[in-house]
Ligand binder design. Structure first.
Ligand SMILES: Nc1ncnc2c1[nH]c(=O)n2[C@H]1C[C@H](O)[C@@H](COP(=O)(O)OP(=O)(O)OP(=O)(O)O)O1
Length: 175
């Protein structure tokens, strides 16, 4: 159960090389989730669309420009004793310009689909990254313990229609 009063809007973008069956992930060097391996993303800024925010974060964090962005899912993350949720809109890009480069915030590295380092990632990632790799659209809610290590509750809906992913996550979807 979680009781949130508001949510912050964030993005997460996963870069795939389908030919080589590889995914680009980065080790977070500072801030929220420091030390974890994750996709690239962050808060959507005032005046930008969610997609523009995802594109900007990829450029800032890995110095590459997404060419073909597709929205594949939305996850809501809530935490014990925290009234503010994180609504994260998730994109995939299979084409990009530039060379992935280490930045102040992230250290990028390619991983084989068969060797994704889930033990060093957020606990929810092992649920929805396989869906993403399988082209399945998803919406999920993960309620974390206060120390952010354990998922206490989760709810997952799959095969979401693309139009429904354009909406903000509705609070009624959280129980
Ligand atoms: N549980 C979980 N699984 C997978 N990914 C995430 C989570 N929780 C998360 O917050 N995330 C993602 C969502 C975002 O991509 C990042 C967090 O972004 P953050 O560093 O807070 O945002 P920035 O705007 O880059 O922050 P600063 O520039 O202010 O440091 O993790």
């Amino acid at each position: 159960m979680s009781f949130i009063t508001s949510s912050k809007l964030l993005t997460l973008i996963l870069v795939l090389n389908e030919k080589e069956q590889k995914i680009l992930l980065g080790m977070k060097k500072r801030g929220f989730g420091v030390g974890k391996i994750n996709g690239f993303g962050g808060k959507v800024e005032a005046g930008e669309t969610i997609e523009e925010g995802a594109r900007r974060e990829l450029l800032e964090e890995a110095e590459i420009e997404a060419i073909d962005m597709t929205k594949v899912g939305v996850n809501m993350f809530t935490f014990e004793n925290d009234p503010v949720g994180l609504e994260v809109h998730i994109y995939v890009t299979k084409e990009f310009k530039g060379t992935p480069t280490e930045t102040e915030e992230m250290k990028p590295e390619w991983y084989s689909y068969s060797d994704i380092p889930y033990s060093q990632m957020w606990a929810d990632d092992k649920v929805w990254i396989p869906l993403l790799l399988n082209n399945t659209r998803f919406m999920g809610h993960y309620h974390f313990s206060q120390d952010q290590a354990t998922v206490l509750y989760e709810k997952l809906n799959v095969n979401i229609h693309d139009d429904d992913l354009l909406e903000r996550f509705s609070f009624e979807q959280i129980m």
